[in-house]
Design a protein around this ligand. Structure first.
Ligand SMILES: *Cc1c(COP(=O)(O)O)cnc(C)c1O
Length: 439
């Protein structure tokens, strides 16, 4: 793990932290800043962190943020942790790549990839939410942390818990990709592989969280803090675009949380005066085999009907999405779209991004690229819009998905004539001419 990362240099907060309460998103009831996630006194709605934006406005400037650590902690004033020494394993500040060949292929003029396939330490956007959740878990006195995961969250929780010296027990569906399982076990947590889908794993974890309340479940009792980590996907894009908002974003939807938090991140930057306000369109991507939010969007419903997932895009296979209605509302009110693509289109999306930009993403990223392509072809993305596609995970973790779809190496003897024959075969296969021909 990277040790060379700058420790946060934020000056000690002389007064109280900037986050002040938890508040119900539905009825507005407020709660103290404990390990709570539902409005248990009134309506059972989800709780969200409330901030003192006047205090934040007085503390931060573009320059003070730019002078901060090269990680999500440059935005600490906007995150729900009180400590001056958060767990910093180099999470965040991933590249925002201006695409060239992909943009041309899709007929777009200003297309960027936010590349969390190379996030630290475990190569997915989940490192953002877990860095925040485990820092808060320590503040709240937890020594054991846990989660219900579709794969990436388990990788992240196990790795960052190892770094922080926390005990860790993660729950995953038993049919996950080998890379996701290995990428968790290596950090030495207890891994519970449950015979069931993610929604069943999550239900079990809710019961465990109730009966073992000394455990901090990052996406259950710590969920209000955890989910705030996704706001950094919004902050970074705004900063990397030169302190401006994009016109359109495309992101994958599982629970719908990251999608809505990118919006919250943009709005907060507007609120404290770091960027100018402007309309940003929000478009979401799902796999057809698990598309409860896309179906509701398509049918003009304002409620989500849960589905049973059946797709290769396991990291986003949540049949009963906790933030589904909020994601739906956001896409509608910003004049965006939510679309679904088949598993075959997802594989093509993975290959398209790899072959045009040199970025190998997992199935969630393949879903995002396939939906981006579909929307671009349908004229639902204006070629002149500055569009950002969020790539949230790394392809080396879901190798099974592309087995059999990417060809084989040409095998040869270490002799020149053998090479010449191999080159002939390569020409027959049209490999070498492909790039020039297709752009
Ligand atoms: C978890 C995950 C998502 C979706 O996150 P939500 O906030 O639940 O919508 C997207 N991409 C990848 C790679 C993930 O692991």
């Amino acid at each position: 793990m990277t040790q060379a990362i700058d420790r946060p240099q934020t000056p000690a907060l002389s007064t109280r932290p900037n986050f002040t309460a938890l508040r119900c998103k539905e009825c507005g009831e407020t709660y103290d800043l404990g390990p709570k996630h539902v409005c248990e006194d009134v309506c059972f709605g989800p709780l969200e962190v409330v901030y003192d934006y006047d205090a934040i406005r007085r503390q931060v400037t573009r320059a003070s943020i730019a002078a901060g650590p090269k990680s999500i902690w440059r935005y600490k004033a906007f995150l729900p942790v009180a400590t001056d020494t958060p767990i910093d394993v180099g999470t965040g500040m991933t590249p925002l790549v201006k695409t060239n060949r992909l943009a041309r292929r899709l007929g777009l003029k200003s297309l960027y990839i936010k590349n969390d396939a190379v996030n630290m330490p475990t190569l997915s956007f989940k490192d953002r939410v877990v860095s925040v959740a485990l820092t808060r878990a320590q503040e709240l006195g937890f020594t054991t942390v846990s989660c219900a995961s579709t794969g990436n969250l388990a990788n992240s929780t196990a790795a960052i818990a190892a770094h922080a010296g926390l005990d860790c027990c993660v729950f995953i569906p038993s049919d996950l990709e080998a890379g996701k399982v290995l990428g968790t076990l290596i950090y030495g947590p207890t891994v519970m592989a449950v015979n069931g889908n993610y929604d069943q794993v999550n239900r079990l974890c809710c019961e465990v969280a109730n009966t073992h309340d000394s455990w901090g479940f990052v996406n259950i009792n710590l969920r209000p803090y955890y989910s705030e980590g996704s706001k950094t996907l919004g902050y970074e894009v705004a900063e990397q675009l030169g302190w401006q908002l994009p016109d359109h974003i495309v992101a994958p939807l599982a629970s719908g949380s990251l999608f809505t938090k990118i919006h919250k991140g943009f709005q907060e930057f507007v609120k404290v005066g770091l960027v100018d306000d402007k309309p940003v369109r929000f478009s979401g991507a799902q796999a057809e085999g698990c598309s409860p939010i896309a179906q509701a969007f398509e049918e003009g419903r304002d409620f989500i009907s849960p589905v049973k997932p059946n797709t290769i895009a396991k990291s986003i296979a949540i049949g009963n999405p906790a933030d589904g209605v909020y994601a739906l509302e956001l896409a509608r009110k910003t004049n965006g779209n939510i679309a679904a693509v088949t598993d075959a289109e997802i594989i093509d999306g993975i290959k398209l991004l790899a072959e045009t930009e040199g970025i190998f993403t997992e199935t969630a990223g393949g879903t995002t690229i396939a939906v981006l392509k579909k929307l671009a072809e349908a004229g639902k993305i204006d070629p002149d819009e500055t569009t950002v596609a969020y790539i949230t995970g790394n392809g080396l973790k879901t190798q099974e998905a592309v087995h059999g779809y990417i060809g084989e190496p040409l095998t040869l003897e270490p002799k020149l004539d053998s090479f010449e024959r191999a080159l002939e075969r390569a020409r027959t296969l049209d490999r070498l001419e492909w790039k020039q021909a297709s752009v």
